[in-house]
Structures are given as C-alpha cells and as structure tokens.
Design a protein around this ligand. Sequence first.
Ligand SMILES: [Zn+2]
Ligand SMILES: [Zn+2]
Length: 340
Amino acid sequence: MQALIVKKPYELVWEDIQQPTEPGPDEVLIRVKAAGICGTDVHIFQGSHGAVTYPRIPGHEFSGEVVAVGEKVSHIKVGDPVAVDPVVSCGECSMCTIGRHNICHTVKCLGVQTDGCFTEVVKIKANRVYPFSPEIDWDTAALVEPFSVAAQIAERLRINEKDRVLIIGGGTIGLALLQVVQGVYQAEAIVADLVESKLKLAQEMGAKGVINSGQVNAVKEAQKVWDNKGPSVIVEAVGNSKLLQSLIADAPPGCRVGVIGFMAEPIQISPMEITKRELEIIGSRMNRDKLPDVLNWFKEGKISNPQKLITHKFKLKDAQKAFELIEKDPGQVCKVILEY
Ligand SMILES: [Zn+2]
Ligand SMILES: [Zn+2]
C-alpha cells in the first residue's frame, strides 16, 4: 500500500510500504477514509517539531472503516465507521492507572512519535476506536479528534456557564473550543486573532465577540465587551511564548490561564503576580477519553456545525499541495481535510 512519508523536513514522498499484518487479539485494522491536517503535521513537514524523528508518516486526525478485528474485540465489527483516538499510552504507570493516560510517562501520539494515518490502512488498539452513527460523514468524523482536544481544555479549565472565556487564536483548536464553550457549557466566549477571516469565522460560529488583537490589547478589549468584567478564563491557542507571558501579565484576579502549545522558549513571570491575583496556570495535553463525549455532542447538536472549521479539501494524492497552501497562506486556512 502507499503512504505519504516525510523523509526529512520539506521532503514529502509517496512510497510503497508493507500493509499491516493481521490484527493482534485486541487490535483492529482501519481503512482510512478522511484525515485532517493539523498544525503538528505542518511542524513535522517543516522540521520544527522537537519530538519527531524521520522518516515519519504524519497524520493523527482521521476516520475510517474497520476492515479486520482481533479475536478479543467485541465492541466493533468489520464494516463499522469509526473515529480514532491517537493517544497511545502504556496502561500501567501511575498516571495511566488513575485514568490520566494522556500524560503517561511514555505517551505517544500517532503520526508524531509513531507512524500515522496518511496511508491506506492503520493498525491500532481497539480501545482507541469509536464507532459513530451513519448520519456523521467521514470528513466530519475526522474532526472528532481536534474537538476532543478542545473538550479536554474545557474540562481542565473547569469551564462552567458563569465563565467569560477569552480565546486567543482562531485556528482549529481555538474555534473548536469556542463551539465547546458556548454550545456545550453555555458560557460566553470571545475570540481574538490577527487575521480578519478567522474572526469572521468565529463570528459566524456565534462568538460573543471578536477582537483584532493586532490593533488593541485583547484582555482590555474583552473587559469592555463584558461590562468591565475581565475574562475569568484565558486560553493561549496560538503557541507563542511571548504572547503567553503578556497574557499572564494582563490576566485579571482569579483568572485561569490555559496553556496548550508546545513552545520551548522560556517565559518570565514574577511568582508574586501569580500569588497576588491567585492566578491558575493550567496545562492541557491532547485528550483523555473525550471522543465519546464529542460524538454525543455532534449527535445531540450541542456542536451544531463542526464542519464549519473545514476551509479546504484535497485528495490525499494532492497532499503536497495542501501543505504548500498552508505554508503560503496560513491566515486563509483553518482545517484542511484530505479525502481518500
Ligand atoms: Zn491535531
Ligand atoms: Zn502510562
């Protein structure tokens, strides 16, 4: 079968690889039907992801059809449409045994530390696979993973209906989080970004407000929208250390600040600032068994229009063009779906 391989940064090739062998007792084989391109895949392509070795088959956001199941697998059968959770953990360490397997000491993400879904057939443990009802199409099901990341952020930040959530960054995760905050938790959210087209998308998704943070201070501007009440939650969804530092500096008393990026550049915070204002700096990584929740939210209509994140579709064969488009014009691209 064919796979899209990043041989080394900026060298994307199609190659024949061995099709996975028969699934083990607790494994399944999935024929991939649709996959999203994530910022992480772009970092792998560009060579700017610290945790990746090459060559690597990227891709971790996908849906597919089950083509073989191991003998111990009972919750899914051949032919089922499934969404896939790409988090791979050991199942035995102290974090895994309390259910926090997304921060397992050996945690891996499919398509990052191991080969991913930009190929025809993927073998994976059956407990990472969730069947979905036929009213959800393949492309939408490929969005379940990024929404599960947003669901994890919302849980970690203890979002509730009284919150005023300022989301900095209108990319896939920022806009998925907007839909989760407002649609699921009934809290208000404002989205800030530098790019007008992303703010327009946020507006169309029903954001309480949008702020062009190139022109004004987002935290202060959000305060105006909320009748002088500051945001109770701020999420840095851009992935910029300097920006995070300034958000912590501007955060109002009692604020929970969400940190979700993989920025290595250190920041400076005076601990006194955290103490004085009782700030909470909260990390969130991938997701912890959130796919069933997201599938329910899609079904119940709490997330009413997940497809709105999709700005472009390409055939898998044209993946190179998709990567080039994202590089050339990142402001115009939210989620790119590769169709198989
Ligand atoms: Zn992703
Ligand atoms: Zn573990």
